[in-house]
Write a protein that binds this ligand. Sequence first.
Ligand SMILES: NC(=O)c1ccc[n+]([C@@H]2O[C@H](COP(=O)([O-])OP(=O)(O)OC[C@H]3O[C@@H](n4cnc5c(N)ncnc54)[C@H](OP(=O)(O)O)[C@@H]3O)[C@@H](O)[C@H]2O)c1
Length: 495
Amino acid sequence: MESIDAARIIGYFKGKSILITGSTGFLGKILVEKILRVQPDVNKIYLIVRGTDALSAKQRVDQEVIGTELFNLLRERNGKRFQEFVGEKVVALAGDIISENLGLEDPMVEELAKDIDIIVNIAATTNFYERYDVSLDVNVMGVKHLCQFAKQCSKLKMFMQVSTAYVSGDRAGLIRETPIKPGESLREGTYLDIDAELRLVREAKKELLFNAGDDAKKTERKAMKELGIQRARHFGWSNTYVFTKAMGEMLLGQLRGDMPVVIMRPSIITSVQAEPLPGWMLGTRTIDTLIIGYAKQNLSCFLGDLSMVVDVIPGDMVVNAMMAAMVAHSEEKGAQAVYHATSSLGNPATYAMLYEAGRRHFYQNPRVGKNGEVIPTKEMYFFTTIARFRLFMFLTYKLPMEILHLVNLLLCGRFSDLYNDMNRKYKYVMHLVDVYGPFAFFQGCYDDMNLERLRSKMTMKTPEDQMFNFDPRTINWEEYFYRIHIPGVLKYLCK
Ligand SMILES: NC(=O)c1ccc[n+]([C@@H]2O[C@H](COP(=O)([O-])OP(=O)(O)OC[C@H]3O[C@@H](n4cnc5c(N)ncnc54)[C@H](OP(=O)(O)O)[C@@H]3O)[C@@H](O)[C@H]2O)c1
């Protein structure tokens, strides 16, 4: 691999046409902004956006992508020319990856097929407990449709699939950057057949329709969510999201032919660390749910061992790694490179660092209640097993709540408000346990040797080169959590 510096990355995107999915989401916006900022001479950036027609897709891109604070730096740099510049470069396409040809009309497909150099699939349904049919449609069939589309692109140089490090499951020890083989599952004795899973869903939906009662839609939603979890656990994954992302990777491996493919697997993506807007983020997930719960003082205790590692990686570093990897593997016929965009091996962050940063932040910037009173920052207690935590929750909250429920019935609903409030808080905490539990006790460590090899090819001599830094060892996590991430979560997620 030749050496890579900023000039080479920037130069690579000159005159290229790039099709990106998932641009209205968190990571997608960071990529679109970065390409436009570093390479104004990119030919076109086509954004597949769900919308009823071209106008609604354009409106979504204007409001949800270009119109966000993340683009302020680019807006400032371009001054009055900003709208014109973006209008020339960014093309919003109303489409949906769950449909063949991405839901685009044939003439558009033909036109794009002649123009596209790079495809970046960022779109996904990231809900851990999504309906199985929906997850399969987006995270698996979406990859298939993009792959089929990619094969029509006469000058395609790169297909990048954004996956997740958690496709490897909850295993302990060193987790390598290896592709998922056809049929591979995490449970011994099982063979994962994607077609069989698709058939299973079709059959289940047919049966649900046949037995449909008054609440058919609700019943179907519940059944599809349950089926997703059941199938995920059957094959050894903890939730529907990571399970279907794994199937997406598997299918791409089977269908890619000689297309140059890069699979980027980030761990937990956190707020922008450096450029263009430190602290910027979108969407509340995993550790941010905890930060928000702590900020609102809804959480007095939670799960976790503070000495354990939480594998996080800032969104801008993920994008830098994606851009460098695209350059490194462009036009490499038949290549399939897998990268972990992770930090646990090179520079592990611990839950203790995150918690200390949160305490420090809230002691120095105490929260203020509705009437202007200062809310004292409480210490949080951490349970080191899920069983102990559940027992605590049962004895402290669930049992008194059930008694209150009975009293409330006897007193004709006098305590309904109190009961409903307690019940809401209880459900919120238990939901966090479901979502966050697997992360809290995760004992794996992501080997990022492939990414390290790519890093070693990067020359970091000029300030411009630093713009493409994706080395988590350059981050002081305590300071990042304290000065950038926690203020970012409070500013952008707790508006
Ligand atoms: N965030 C993390 O911590 C994290 C960690 C590891 C890996 N990842 C991966 O990184 C990628 C981006 O994650 P994110 O956090 O940016 O996700 P996100 O904010 O939830 O955004 C998901 C994007 O996918 C789009 N999308 C969903 N279904 C689609 C469909 N059928 N057709 C076209 N577009 C569709 C969404 O469009 P709408 O606006 O129309 O819904 C949205 O733009 C995902 O592939 C995810 O698996 C994320």
